[in-house]
Structure formats: structure tokens, C-alpha cells
Design a protein around this ligand. Structure first.
Ligand code: ATP
Ligand code: MG
Length: 251
């Protein structure tokens, strides 16, 4: 068995979905990647043992909790926990030997310290910042969403250069919301791919496409693994399966 740190015997790997900019798809990616990972890791037969995959949310709003609470119990292939930025909850889950993957949804962090020195922690002082630091301390991998619209690019760079690199956390960029109907020639998509590649940021080979089916997943309590099978649903599932697979390759 492989351990990330010789000082602990933990079996769980922690993957944090992080991007300074709000709305790039962190929660959507965290929940659906957990669903894909959970589908390939059988749930324990008894109620005492925890599921191998855990989706965790640290935002104060508890987005993940509201989403997962709406999913039929038999359809949920992972456990979920919401810390609402309380520290001390995640470390005990991570030490639980029945856990293999903890996928953490984080809030956008807008209150960064603009005066922080280059290389200094820009997360600032707040309850959320403390919760972020706690997760980052144990993270084995970060997934950073970026969109074809350049609105998220500088925040992607900031997240990688100022938050992840100084902590030596491996990261993976994933392009989200490529619109196959509006960007038929893939001009926008090529631009964002080139931007990521110029910086030598590792990325998931193909984007997560924009489908309206995802927009209602939160209020409907659906996971990509549960979508009724149609052409779009198959594509949608393939996109998140690819993210889960690439994540596994990096762990
Ligand atoms: N691939 C996609 N196709 C269509 N809609 C998407 C896709 N990804 C995300 N969305 C939608 O975009 C909105 C923002 O996504 P999401 O809530 O996952 O972002 P976030 O980064 O978690 O935002 P926040 O920083 O506010 O927590 C949501 O309404 C979601 O349903
Ligand atoms: Mg979110």
C-alpha cells in the first residue's frame, strides 16, 4: 500500500476543488467527480463502515449538503459531510481507515489580502480562510476549474501560483462549460487550452461540456451517474468520468 506521508498511516487521499473565482463549477465538479469515483468503489455492506468516497463541503452555505440531501439514498455512492467552515472535522474523517478518497468542495475566496507578499499566504484572516488552510494542509491534489470565458483565467493562475505552488500541492486544471453548440469550431476552447498549456499546467485532456442538464442537477438532487440515458447524458457522464480517471492517475 502506498502512503502519502511516512508519519501517518492514513489511506485516504484528499482532493480539493479550488478556484478563487465563484461560479466556475467547483461544486458541480466536486459532487459529480465523487459520484464517478464512488461508482467504481463499492459501498460497504454494513451501516457501521464508512463509504470509501466522501464528498466534503467547507462553505458556510452548505451547498453540497443541500444537493446531496436531495439525492435518493440508493443513488448516492458516497458519504458526504459539511463542515460549514468549522475546523477539526475533516482531519478525523481523513484518519478513518475505511476512507479512500475525500473530495472537498471549497468556496470562492474573494477576500484575499491584496498586500500579501509574493509567496506569502494570500488567503487572509477569516473563518473560511482557516478552513481552507486546514484542507490545503492535507491535500494530495487540487482540481482547478477554468472556463472558456476569460473571466476565470487570472483567478485560475492566482490559485495555482499563489495558493497551490507555494504549498507544493500537485494540481490539475479542468476546463468547464465548453459549449459544444455555441463553440462548434472550438475556437474558444482552443484558446483556453493554449492558455493553460503555455503555462505548463497539467490539465484534463478534454473539457466538461456545458449542458443545461447540469444546471438543474442541484435543485433536482441528481448526480451525473443518475442522469436518464440519452446522448447528452452519456456525453455528460463521460466528461466527469474523464475527470475522475485523470484524478486517479495523478494520485
Ligand atoms: N458543465 C456545466 N454545464 C452547465 N452548467 C454548469 C456546468 N458547470 C456548472 N454549471 C452551473 O453553473 C453554476 C455555477 O456552478 P457551481 O455552483 O458548480 O460553481 P462554484 O464554483 O461551486 O460556485 P461558487 O464559487 O459560487 O460556489 C451552477 O448553476 C451550475 O449548475
Ligand atoms: Mg460552489
Amino acid at each position: 500500500m502506498e502512503f502519502t506521508d511516512s508519519t501517518t498511516t492514513r489511506t485516504a487521499k484528499v482532493v480539493v476543488v479550488i478556484q478563487q473565482k465563484g461560479g466556475a463549477g467547483k461544486s458541480t465538479i466536486a459532487v459529480n467527480t465523487a459520484a464517478c469515483a464512488g461508482r467504481s468503489a463499492p459501498m460497504p455492506a454494513d451501516d457501521e463502515t464508512g463509504a470509501p468516497v466522501v464528498a466534503a463541503g467547507i462553505d458556510v452555505q452548505g451547498t453540497l449538503e443541500r444537493w446531496c440531501a436531495g439525492v435518493r439514498e440508493q443513488a448516492l455512492p458516497f458519504d458526504y459531510v459539511v463542515t460549514k467552515s468549522k475546523t477539526g472535522i475533516l482531519p478525523s474523517i481523513i484518519e478513518d481507515p475505511s476512507r479512500r478518497r475525500i473530495i472537498v468542495d471549497t468556496p470562492g475566496f474573494l477576500d484575499v489580502d491584496p498586500d500579501a507578499d509574493w509567496g506569502a499566504d494570500p488567503l487572509g484572516q477569516s473563518r473560511t480562510a482557516d478552513a481552507m488552510r486546514e484542507v490545503l494542509e492535507v491535500a494530495d491534489l487540487a482540481i482547478v476549474p477554468i472556463t472558456p470565458s476569460s473571466m476565470t483565467w487570472s483567478e485560475c493562475e492566482f490559485t495555482i501560483e499563489r495558493v497551490l505552488k507555494p504549498r507544493s500541492i500537485p494540481y490539475l486544471v479542468v476546463i468547464n462549460m465548453h459549449d459544444p453548440a455555441k463553440d462548434k469550431s472550438e475556437r474558444q476552447l482552443s484558446k483556453v487550452k493554449a492558455w493553460v498549456d503555455e503555462r505548463n499546467y497539467p490539465r484534463v485532456s478534454e473539457p466538461i461540456r456545458r449542458y443545461s442538464i447540469h444546471e438543474h442537477a442541484f435543485e433536482n438532487g441528481t448526480l451525473v451517474t443518475e442522469y436518464k440515458m440519452s446522448g447528452t447524458a452519456l456525453n455528460a457522464r463521460e466528461d466527469f468520468m474523464r475527470v475522475a480517471l485523470t484524478m486517479e492517475q495523478m494520485l
